[in-house]
Design a protein around this ligand. Sequence first.
Ligand SMILES: Nc1ncnc2c1ncn2[C@@H]1O[C@H](COP(=O)(O)OP(=O)(O)OP(=O)(O)O)[C@@H](O)[C@H]1O
Length: 639
Amino acid sequence: MPFLLDTASAIKRRFGFQDQSVSESVPCTPDLLKSVSRDHHLASTQSVFATSAVRRISDMDDDDHGGATGSEVAARRHAQSFEFSEDPSFWKDHNVQVIIRLRPLSGSEISVQGHSKCVRQESCQTITWTGHPESRFTFDLVADETVTQEKMFKVAGLPMVDNCMGGYNSCMFAYGQTGSGKTHTMLGDIEGGTRRHSVNCGMTPRVFEYLFSRIQKEKEARKEEKIKFTCKCSFLEIYNEQILDLLDPSSSNLQIREDVKKGIYVDNLKEIEVASARDVLQQLIQGSANRKVAATNMNCASSRSHSVFTCIIESKWESQGVTHHRFARLNLVDLAGSERQKSSGAEGERLKEATNINKSLSTLKVRLVIMNLVSISNGKSLHVPYRDSKLTFLLQDSLGGNSKTIIIANISPSLCCSLETLSTLKFAQRAKFIKNNAIINEDALGDVIVMRMQIQQLKKEVSRLRSLVNGGVENLDNDTSSLSFLGSPGQFKWEGLHGSSSPLMPEKRMSQKKDYEVALIGAFRREKDKDIALKALKAENQAAMQLAKQREDEIKSLKMILRFREAGVKRLEAVAAGKISAETHLLKEKEDHLKEIEVWRTQVDRNQEVTRFATENLRLKEEIRRHAFFSLCHSFYSQ
Ligand SMILES: Nc1ncnc2c1ncn2[C@@H]1O[C@H](COP(=O)(O)OP(=O)(O)OP(=O)(O)O)[C@@H](O)[C@H]1O
């Protein structure tokens, strides 16, 4: 039960018990905790508590361990629990969240390596890989094997739905080697639905159960605004760098297109309107059955493809003559196994698949590296190879774009998977460097006359309040100021003109204020982005200009030196023809050399390396020329 867990957590915090090492050193309190925890298990099997009012989502099952296998229960009993709870303020400041999920040891792992593990959890955010050298990693959250599907949903899925309802694009990726628990996390047991008997039901069905319960509540609470929701789903698979429509298996090799209005989309992908979690589940079951599944050594039901389940949630409502349109794209991505080809026994066709799957994942890695560089160089824009793979091209917004993204990196704790687990932890750590720029996708279009009237009303209200404060009177009747913000994705206009003067209700003013704030925040954010891009361009431009100037100077110097050399050759011919004496030539030659040195010196100041090389070059050449000149003189006088 949540309240018992909360009580246990509170006691833990109160006594400073956050991990095993601490609890082992003080014997009495951990026992108390264990008994609280046992109570929790007992209580969770009793239906009286199952319907407790503390549950936030009334129609969802509160997990107990009833559906878990024997080994899972054993693993959960032996594993140390760490507090695993969502920080409600997290998404305000962060747009990318990385969670590690450990699964229980499997029967085959236990038979090969016993209970030996390659990781040790240190806290709810820290995990240590115990190989050589030991490496410690910190993430937003680490979910140990005791964390249930329900808890995973509450921590990661529920806030993601809330974000979508608020107009943010959201994306959840499950990453990890084959058999690490990606499909268990994203889909789990979908055949059983989301009801109480199915504790293993995964993230996606729970997400949609909650989404539709929120939609229902919004509809009831905002009847006056005539709010309407439309949800459209699609389900695709990227297999061997080809896109297949899982809701229409007859289609093949669909193409990704880019459009100014639509953004990035898959051409001819079937979109199905859904009105309930049941509708979504139906599509999920149908699509999952169509997924390409092939056996490998590591997991006999191993998925060799990436799957992307997308839902576009649109809402429209009216408020004071203004029609609001909000939309959000929700992507739920189950990636193909991230393991290296060798360990999965991939051969022939499988090897070709693995190469393409790895190509998609490696581009993801390149992307992360580049984002890392981007964040280090503070706003400098670099080329990002999104188009190198179908996956990154399609999910461009989720990685470094307009989206709030959660990456769940699944790992096996077994020693058998030590290297793959390390690789996943490293990947997840790099993912923390991704910087997304999520904005509310909202559009407000209104009847211009009504909007003008409202602006005028607001102005009158401001004027009235001012006069109350100052004891003076202000007249804004003739004010025709106009403001406009480029909103995302449409345009939001605010024009001031004449209108009626009745004061607005406080809640209406608040709602208008919110609208203006949304438009303003969007406009400021875009302005800031443009500023950063402009600065980067200016810096690049300056560097290019400097380089061009340097090259120009170099050319000028070279021309001058060429002239000295040509004069030298002519003088030598004059010496040979007996027109001038060798001494005169030598004197002139010396003068020219000094001038040349001066020219090179100027270059030295601009480019030390080049000039040092050039001066040395000149010195050598001078030596060679002098040598040539004396041999010429020698042969001339000896004739
Ligand atoms: N947290 C967990 N608790 C209990 N069982 C789990 C957990 N995670 C995974 N499993 C079990 O481990 C097995 C492999 O998991 P799953 O199929 O989800 O792996 P996967 O990463 O999706 O593999 P693939 O890449 O081949 O699709 C399944 O039997 C699943 O039920």
